[in-house]
Each structure stands twice: as C-alpha cells, then as structure tokens.
Write a protein of this length. Structure first.
Length: 191
C-alpha cells in the first residue's frame, strides 16, 4: 500500500503514482503510452518500510536516454526504492543529497565507429560532488558505445562517486535494456 502519495493524471485513463520525475513538461511514462503529462509526480513511500533513496540523472537529446532514466527510476521504485529522475539541466539537488544511490546516464556522442563519449560531458562534470555515494552509470547508443561507459565512470569518479558498474542500452531496446540494467544493479547492491 502506498502512503503519502500525490498523483497526477498523465493521460485520459492512466494515473501514475510510482516515481518522481523532474524535467521536461512531459512524463516519460505517459509518453511511452502516448499521453501528455499535465503535472509532476509526487514523492511516494511504501507504508511501513524505510525505503532506500535513489536519483536517476540523465542527459538526453532525442528522448531515448530520458525514457531509459524514467524506466530505471520506475523499476527501482518497483524494487522498493524511493526514486526520482531528473535531467542534468534540472538536477533535483535535494533528491541528490538524500540519495543512497545515484544513477547517471547519457547518450553516446561521436562518430559512428570512433570518438564516442558521453554527450555534453562538460555538463556532467559540473554535477555536484557525490563523495561517498554509490553510483551506477548507463549510456544509450545506436551503433557503437566505444569508451562511453569508461569515460562516464571517470567523470563520476572525479565527482567523488563510488561507481559500482555500468550498462549500455541500445536505443532500439530501451525498455528491455533499462530492466536488464536495474536487474544487474540490484544484484550488485544485494551482494
């Protein structure tokens, strides 16, 4: 049972109460089913439990990485976390400060077969320091990731985060990739 929730109507017949989303004016879960969001999703907590907190920060250009971030946040919620998703342009600093786990994602920028890197890495490098926070990274890609995950890991480690893993999500399989990433992440966290 959910307690302390505030919901909003994302489409004509769907109400979502599972995750927090800070970013564009459209809800990623609503977008996945073709609806426009008319508000933001409120913080939720599973009644009687002290949930771990996570924030998923993404850098997105076409919406693929944003969609993955929202799906990751929703899957973390399903696993018992309090979760928020936000863009690098609108970081939820309170959610970041409160987070036990930080997930950071970017799309892969560069030429088709070489020179790949996390997109807008300068913006990622300006994220607040995350000293002592566990962090996982992901990237979305079309053809090849190159060293995107390694470079993203390096950026997060330079911000003080303890990076525990990363995953590349192909843009043609966002939903499956996001779930696989969370399944692997939860396995690492449980170990």
């Amino acid at each position: 049972m959910l307690a302390g929730t505030r919901t909003h109507q994302c489409s004509a017949d769907s109400v979502f109460t599972k995750a927090v989303y800070h970013g564009s004016s459209k809800c990623g879960r609503a977008r996945a089913v073709g609806g426009a969001c008319r508000g933001t999703i409120g913080v939720f907590k599973i009644e009687g439990e002290s949930a771990m907190k996570a924030v998923v920060i993404h850098e997105s250009l076409t919406g693929n990485t944003e969609k993955a971030a929202i799906l990751i946040a929703a899957a973390l919620v399903d696993a018992g976390y309090e979760a928020a998703a936000c863009s690098t342009a609108k970081v939820d600093f309170q959610a970041l400060a409160d987070a036990d786990l930080v997930v950071v994602g970017s799309w892969t920028d560069g030429l088709f077969l070489f020179g790949q890197k996390p997109a807008r890495s300068g913006r990622l490098a300006k994220l607040p320091f995350m000293t002592g926070k566990r962090c996982a990274v992901f990237c979305t890609y079309a053809i090849e990731t190159g060293k995107t995950l390694e470079k993203l890991t390096s950026i997060m480690e330079s911000r003080g985060a303890e990076v525990i893993g990363g995953y590349a999500i192909k843009r043609s399989a966002i939903e499956a990739g996001a779930q696989e990433f969370v399944d692997r992440l939860l396995g690492v966290l449980a170990a």
